[in-house]
Design a protein around this ligand. Structure first.
Ligand SMILES: Cc1cc2nc3c(=O)[nH]c(=O)nc-3n(C[C@H](O)[C@H](O)[C@H](O)COP(=O)(O)O)c2cc1C
Length: 303
């Protein structure tokens, strides 16, 4: 039986629902020896800003039970490098591309999008949820007023599908989701990392130089599933679900909770072909369950 794996994420046609979580797959080239990037529903690039950012001081990675903490701080070489080196490589391979956009100010988000409008990009993912920067990032994504301000300005800057990435570090994610939808988002992605910290008892010091970082990996999957479920019931635009996905079954669970597409993140660090394994697992599930189109599963949770 052949399963129709195609989905539409707010105007972005994806040949299957699987993309990568920004920041865990670089710009795709780094995984080129392992993954045919054109086989994925989309490649989502690492967050890019107008000019390069150095990121935070080390140590900025710590391993935790069933997860990892990071405080990278959106290190990236800037939008010019992405345009000159990475986007042409992805275009040559026929990849569908989502560029993750970051900024220290509302203006910077718009400037990054404007810089990319002539480039081979299929959609933008606006990151208003990074916990590891002092200005921009999560500070914007926690208040409805700033969400409305940045999303409506990005909306005016492009006709391309606009995905807005939400933080789980809020009291009520559905309030933020509705604000993003009302301001012109075509889709929402969730969740970014969960605030956490790790301590080395022997040295009595925090394991991250920045003390607090973002938790990702299987440890956060139940939180992410709950938030996808709640958000699906609160908005009518499609969702890109992520948080601890490492198997096809994990991904199917996100679709049942209400995701239209899914992103594989931290799992890429342990298994560079995790994306392809997740995709194969999803297809196998559909064959076993007699699912003809993967879209049948979106929000099909029976409570
Ligand atoms: C090392 C690292 C870097 C990340 N960088 C970004 C980023 O640049 N932009 C962004 O929106 N999210 C970033 N994230 C968050 C992931 O895209 C994703 O939302 C989160 O890790 C949850 O998914 P996972 O548990 O499958 O990793 C990063 C995560 C990690 C672990």
């Amino acid at each position: 039986m052949s399963v129709d794996m195609g989905v539409n994420l707010g105007g972005l046609a994806m040949k299957n629902p699987v993309t990568v979580a920004s920041g865990t797959f670089a710009a795709g080239r780094e995984y080129g020896d392992f993954v045919d990037v054109a086989a994925l529903g989309a490649v989502t690039t690492k967050g890019v800003s107008l000019n390069g950012w150095e990121g935070n001081a080390s140590p900025r990675i710590a391993e935790t039970p069933s997860g990892m903490l990071n405080s990278i701080g959106l290190q990236n070489p800037g939008v010019g490098h992405l345009k000159e080196c990475d986007l042409p490589w992805l275009a040559d391979r026929g990849a569908t591309v989502i560029v993750n956009v970051s900024g220290h100010s509302f203006d910077e988000y718009v400037q990054v999008i404007e810089a990319l409008e002539g480039a081979s990009v299929d959609a933008y993912e606006v990151n208003i949820s990074c916990p590891n920067v002092d200005a921009g990032g999560m500070t914007i994504g926690c208040e409805t007023a700033s969400v409305e301000a940045v999303v409506s300005r990005c909306r005016k800057a492009t006709q391309r599908p606009l995905v807005v990435k939400l933080t789980p570090n809020v009291t009520d994610i559905t309030e933020i989701a509705r604000a993003a939808e009302a301001s012109g988002a075509d889709a929402l992605s969730l969740i970014n990392t969960v605030l956490g910290m790790a301590i080395d008892a022997r040295t009595r010091r925090p394991q991250l130089a920045r003390v607090v970082g973002g938790l990702s990996g299987p440890a956060i999957k139940p939180i992410a599933l709950r938030m996808v479920y709640e958000t699906h019931r609160a908005v009518s635009i499609p969702l890109l679900g992520m948080g601890g996905i490492s198997t096809g079954t994990d991904a199917i669970e996100f679709m049942l909770a209400g995701a239209t597409a899914v992103a594989v993140g931290t799992a890429n660090f342990m298994n560079p072909t995790a994306t392809l394994d997740v995709l194969a697992g999803m297809e196998y599930y559909c064959e076993q369950q007699g699912v003809e189109s993967i879209t049948e599963l979106i929000g099909a949770l029976q409570c």
